[in-house]
Write a protein that binds this ligand. Structure first.
Ligand code: GTP
Ligand code: MG
Length: 200
């Protein structure tokens, strides 16, 4: 799929004020600093579209970007970073959960995980919660440029093994790098195919 236009629409701290035009949306979620905003910029070929920072806690609101005038990509604040103040953490997690539970136009959540790290309860518990609540999601292993092929493959295998403790089947997953563009075609194809099923 070609992205021909990507426009910032709005930032919200109140889910009720998010767009009401019923377009399909795909949101990015995961720990602070995992690379959600960078991935949105990589997918849209638009360096400054979503704000990024080397300091965790950069994205603080729900941000809607209209893609090809047809569907939305949504950038969310990160969860679970120890250095973010406790009340900020609570505010982010309230916002995230109210977003997930109330957005009927949310088609798929991309749960981002840093490919360098071992499976963390925070992420796997969150995925379990999504499963229990029937929220469709897929996983994106980010920052693949930071690992050798062998180490990446070992880490993916370890993650799969961990997921199979809970899941009968591994959820769909992608491997990405905002630096090299790895994963771009796969993620955009996935969105394109999903959009097609919606219009049938
Ligand atoms: P919050 O908004 O704070 O929740 O973070 P975020 O998940 O949006 O992360 P962001 O995109 O702001 O990126 C965090 C840091 O990781 C930045 O310094 C990025 O340049 C870096 N980064 C993100 N993705 C990649 C990647 O694929 N490869 C490398 N090498 N660095 C990355
Ligand atoms: Mg961000």
């Amino acid at each position: 799929m070609n992205i021909t236009s990507a426009q910032f629409v709005m930032s919200n701290s109140d889910i009720k004020k998010c767009p009401t035009d019923n377009k399909a949306e795909y949101a990015f979620i995961g720990r602070s600093n995992v690379g959600k905003s960078s991935l949105i910029n990589m997918l849209t070929n638009h360096k400054g579209l979503a704000k990024i920072s080397s300091k965790p806690g950069k994205t603080q609101l729900v941000n809607h970007f209209l893609i090809n005038k047809e569907w939305y990509l949504v950038d969310l604040p990160g969860y679970g970073f120890a250095k973010v103040a406790k009340n900020t953490k609570q505010r982010f997690s309230k916002l995230i959960f109210s977003y997930i539970e109330s957005r009927t136009t949310l088609i798929n959540l991309f749960v981002l995980v840093d490919c360098r790290h071992e499976p963390q309860d925070k992420d796997t518990d969150f995925m379990e919660w999504l499963g229990v609540n029937g929220i469709p999601f897929s996983i994106v292993f980010t920052k693949a440029d930071k690992l050798s092929k062998q180490k990446l493959s070992d880490n993916l295998k370890a993650y799969e093994t961990e997921l199979l403790n809970t899941w009968e089947e591994i959820p769909p997953y992608f491997v990405s790098s905002a630096s090299t563009g790895q994963g771009k075609d796969e993620i955009l194809n996935f969105i394109e195919e999903t959009n097609k099923t919606l219009s049938q």
